[in-house]
Design a protein around this ligand. Sequence first.
Ligand SMILES: O=C(O)[C@H](O)[C@@H](O)[C@H](O)[C@H](O)COP(=O)(O)O
Length: 261
Amino acid sequence: MAHQANLYAFSGVDTLAPALRAYVVACQETGIQRHGVFKVGVSGGSLPKTLAQALLAPAAGDNDTVKWAKWEIFFADERAVPLDHADSNYALLKAELLDKLPSGTPKPLVHPIDVEQLNDTQELADQYEQVLVRSFASRDSVKLPIFDLLLLGCGPDGHTCSLFPGHALLRETSAWVAPIEDSPKPPPRRITLTLPVVNHAVRVAFVATGAGKKEIMREIFESDKGLPCALVNEGTGERCSWFVDNAAVEGVSYPRRPFSL
Ligand SMILES: O=C(O)[C@H](O)[C@@H](O)[C@H](O)[C@H](O)COP(=O)(O)O
């Protein structure tokens, strides 16, 4: 099973969260060693809540510290809505995680979308791409941004970020950030990191929990349908890790690994 995605299954979110934290902290340390900061992209859905459970827990020791002041947070996908809108991934992350950081915690640098561009999703995507260009420009010669970590969800149709099954966006090869006007999951107007950017990250972690995921997990890991999550598995291999609960992988024959860093 060389060079294949790691599948880590836990009894529930309570046991998944500490492992996810250990994994994120390890990615953080690698990022800081390499370039002094930790550049991470996050999705919406249930991810921010699980992430909060992992990261807001007290540190288990000196090697378990979340160094928020070193974090630069980007959105793996975002809906074309105001930042205080119920559909906003920024608002979700803020409510679930950022607003719950203990007072006095040094704040991470967060990169929301430019709400001046909400009427034009191409412009919204281009502006967000420029945010990435500025942020990643200090590194090497950047053909593609290299996120230290992308934390992603998996939809019941196998989508991730706002990359949906069978959509033309899956064939995008040059843009880093792309608009979508016809997302099958509402709201329809969004922006998303493109597949080459997702696959270029140092590490990609999916978090998927609940019995509602088991059918699609089987298709992602056992079929050859080119689902977006499967394309990330193929593109990233052993750089990709899935944090799931047992309910989400019931009946999935793909081998689980015991979690270790
Ligand atoms: O903006 C979005 O729609 C999300 O970023 C999306 O990609 C999400 O991660 C998946 O739909 C999984 O959602 P759940 O974790 O809620 O199942």
